[in-house]
Structures are given as C-alpha cells and as structure tokens.
Design a protein around this ligand. Structure first.
Ligand SMILES: NC(=O)c1ccc[n+]([C@@H]2O[C@H](COP(=O)([O-])OP(=O)(O)OC[C@H]3O[C@@H](n4cnc5c(N)ncnc54)[C@H](O)[C@@H]3O)[C@@H](O)[C@H]2O)c1
Length: 255
C-alpha cells in the first residue's frame, strides 16, 4: 500500500536542467521510484552521456536537449516527447542559473537572463505541458524554489526576485490548474553541495556560516531532495496544492 502510494511506475517525468547537480539527483531518485525519466539541458553531449548511464543501469530514460528560454524549442521538444515517449505525467522545473552582484551594479542583460531562466522559462515549460495535462485531467508540476523564495542576502538580488516570483507562480498554477486534477507545488532546497554552490563551499567563511545557520550543521546532499520529489510527483500528494516544501535541514525554523 505504502509503496503503491509513492510509486511512479508508468509515469513519464520531464526534469529540466538534469545533466548535473540537483536535477540529475532528482532524475535518479524519481527513476528509483519507477518513473520513466526525460532528461533535459542545453549540452547535447553531456546529456547523451547521462542518458547512457541510466540505460546502462537498466533504467528507461530519454534525453532532449533544448534551451528552456527558447519558446519554439520548448514547444517542439514537448511535442516530440509526447509523440516519441508518451504523455508527460510530471514536470520538474529545475533548471536555474546564478548571477551574483550588487543590485545597484547588476547589468541589464544579467538581470534579464536570470529572470528568463529561473522564472519566465518555468512558466513557459509548465504552460506548454499543462495544456496537455488539462486535457488528460492528470499532471504534477514541481518547481524548484529556494530559501530566497522568502528571504535574501546581499549579492543575490536577481536570484531572490526570480525565486520569490517562482513561489508566487507555484500558487498561481495551483489555483488555476487544481480544478483540472493537477497538483502544482514547489520544493525549496536549503544550501546543497552542487556546482552552483562550489565557490560558496570553497569560501571558508561562507561554509562556516551555512553550517552554523543550518540546524542540521551541514550542507544538503543532492539525493536528499528525492523524498520530497517522489511525494510531490506521486498519488501520495493528490490533495496537496500550492505548497512550498522547504528541504533545508531546519534553516527556516531557525531564529
Ligand atoms: N544548489 C543549491 O544549494 C540550490 C539551493 C536552492 C535552489 N537551487 C536551485 O536548484 C536548481 C538546480 O541547481 P543546481 O545547484 O543543481 O545547479 P547546477 O548549475 O548544478 O545545474 C543547473 C542545471 O540547469 C541547466 N540549465 C541552465 N540553463 C538552462 C537552460 N536555459 N535550458 C536548459 N537547461 C538549463 C544546466 O545545464 C544544469 O543542468 C536551480 O533552479 C537552483 O536555483 C539550488
């Protein structure tokens, strides 16, 4: 019963930005729960390498290289996936970038690019997939938010604006699409050890601050996001909608 509730057997799940980091860990974890994984990133050769690893491990997996900021590429890719793989039952909007700098100095193009990738593209991929989910009356959307969905620190203004927007977008998706039997939620990771945070982990002062500020006393491991993702992609969350689930070692509970 418990296994069935959380099973992703027979479900096709598209994970954007899954060539490395949290996206790749999510893909591995969702595959373990039975999902047929559809990988995405912009780097075709790396993506193909990753797909090969899944296939070698006996895990069904497809890979589609496209840039989520390109509307035509998104439309074509979603159409191709639905034709070649099957209906997309779940979407994890994970792809994201960071551009650090003081708010007063950040270049227009850096601001715009960050908002495009981290916020606008999540809406774009979601609406393209959601049109089909609405027709089928089934769909799970999981947006990867952040601690910056509710707070900030100096140097990450555009990222904070985008991730706060993504939390709002998650609620907007839920209130518009829940009546179509879809569930739309977000996972907000605390500080996790990935390429994106490598420079932060290499900075002894920042590393110490994260360990002190996080009640668990350490950085999160990418595979520790799996449980939340399986829950939000499975039947277990059939009446959970518009929630931001913090997976942060207790960060948001800490004064
Ligand atoms: N690492 C953390 O501590 C942390 C914390 C909170 C939230 N997040 C969020 O989790 C997500 C993944 O972060 P990560 O640390 O694994 O980052 P990462 O830089 O290691 O991986 C990002 C992935 O997104 C892909 N990507 C970037 N731009 C793309 C585009 N235009 N089209 C398609 N794919 C694109 C990259 O190729 C890569 O596969 C991001 O949304 C990030 O903001 C990370």
């Amino acid at each position: 019963m418990t296994t069935e509730l959380f099973s992703l057997q027979g479900r096709n799940v598209l994970i954007t930005g899954s060539s490395r980091g949290l996206g790749l860990a999510l893909a591995r974890g969702l595959a373990q729960a039975g999902a047929h994984i559809i990988l995405n990133a912009t780097n075709t050769s790396l993506l193909e390498e990753r797909r090969g690893e899944f296939v070698a491990a006996g895990t069904p997996c497809a890979a589609y290289a496209f840039d989520i900021t390109d509307p035509q590429a998104v439309e074509e890719a979603v159409e191709a996936i639905e034709t070649e793989v099957g209906p997309i039952n779940g979407l994890v909007n994970n792809a994201g970038i960071q551009r650090r700098g003081a708010l007063e100095d950040i270049a227009e193009e850096d601001w715009q690019r960050l908002l495009d990738v981290n916020l606008t593209a999540a809406w774009r991929v979601a609406k393209t997939v959601a049109r089909r989910m609405i027709e089928r009356r089934q769909g799970k959307i999981v947006n990867i938010a952040s601690l910056t969905s509710f707070g900030s620190r100096p140097s990450i203004g555009p990222y904070t604006a985008a991730k706060s927007g993504l939390a709002g977008l998650t609620r907007a998706m839920a209130v518009e699409w829940a009546r179509h039997a879809m569930q739309c939620n977000a996972i907000a990771p605390g500080y996790f050890a990935t390429d994106m945070t490598e420079s932060l982990r290499d900075d002894p002062e920042f590393d110490a601050w994260v360990k002190l500020r996080t009640p668990a006393g350490r950085w999160g491991l990418p595979e520790e996001l799996t449980g939340a993702a399986v829950f939000l992609c499975s039947e277990a969350s059939s009446f959970v909608n518009g929630q931001i689930l913090y997976v942060d070692g207790g960060w948001t509970a800490n004064l």
